[in-house]
Write a protein that binds this ligand. Structure first.
Ligand SMILES: [Zn+2]
Length: 292
């Protein structure tokens, strides 16, 4: 017997919205929409600067998912404080005083200042006025990274255990243009939507095509893997040969918010309606893939 998925809130850390309709093998997560600045986080910049990188409103844009049987997990803290879409190997050791006593990898994101914890608030503006102690950095991992990944794992295992397959949509937003610390460079105009499937290795081609075609039918222009191919969560939860399919969805902020004030703009309701139809299409698809 598999435990039913229940609503769960860990204050300031995460919120799991359980399905409010019969479960389907589709899981959504929004790892970067958190805006709650932890009380013991003392950045050198203003709260506004800390939140420039946040995927503001993304959790709301896909909030129809639980009504369609798909659980939705959202982080509640800012990604620049601790980015759960990074591996622990993406720790930027230059931010820490003394030796970091854990393994690290050759991390291109950490090299750009956008690793597990961000070196810069935005551009070349340092996030912290001093180095973190090892204990402070370990504490962030223990209190934020680990609970998110633990809930994600439980969710994916529960759904996979029930259906023998799982489809995962990892939801984000992107700035309208590339910028100083992005891989596509400053000033590059971006599509309405960027789908990342790790260059064809993270999900069945028909699932990826369904997302692309559904969004294109909504009048949105969709790019594939450029500039974003997917990151840690897509990597961690994809194994198409074993029925685990994961796709990263990046929504252009110009469609729904003012990038400076982060307030919703006139396009918000129409975009949310499009994404609700996408969620319905994907829930129907996921249900239909389960052998009868
Ligand atoms: Zn994001």
């Amino acid at each position: 017997m598999i435990d039913p998925i229940k609503d769960l809130t860990i204050d300031g850390v995460l919120q799991l919205h359980a399905p409010r309709a019969p479960l389907v093998p589709l899981v959504l997560d929004s790892p970067h929409s958190g805006l709650t600045i932890p009380a013991d986080f003392t950045p050198a910049v203003s709260a506004e600067r800390v939140l420039v990188a946040a995927d503001t409103h993304v959790d709301d844009l896909v909030s129809a998912a639980p009504d369609l049987g798909a659980p939705l997990l959202a982080a509640l803290f800012p990604r620049s404080f601790l980015d759960v879409n990074r591996s622990l190997l993406d720790m930027d050791v230059t931010m820490v005083e003394g030796d970091w006593p854990h393994p690290v990898g050759r991390s291109p994101t950490a090299a750009r200042g956008m690793g597990l914890m961000w070196r810069y608030a935005w551009g070349d503006e340092p996030m912290h006025a001093r180095k973190l102690t090892v204990a402070e950095a370990e504490d962030r991992i223990r209190r934020y990274w680990q609970p998110y990944h633990r809930e994600m794992a439980q969710l994916m295992h529960a759904v996979y255990g029930r259906f023998g397959r799982v489809y995962h949509l990892n939801c984000h937003s992107m700035t309208a243009q590339g910028h100083a610390i992005s891989s596509d460079g400053a000033g590059t105009q971006r599509a309405d939507i960027c789908i990342g499937d790790l260059h064809g290795t993270a999900a069945a081609p028909d699932f990826v095509a369904l997302i692309r075609d559904t969004l294109a039918a909504e009048g949105l222009d969709v790019a594939l893997n450029r500039p974003f191919r997917g990151a840690e969560l897509t990597q961690a939860w994809s194994s198409p040969a074993h029925g685990r399919h994961s796709v990263q969805l990046e929504i252009n902020r110009r469609l729904y918010m003012d990038e400076v004030t982060r307030e919703r703009t006139a396009g918000y309701p129409a975009l949310k309606a499009s994404l609700t139809r996408l969620c319905r299409t994907l829930a129907d698809y996921a249900r239909a893939q389960v052998p009868g």
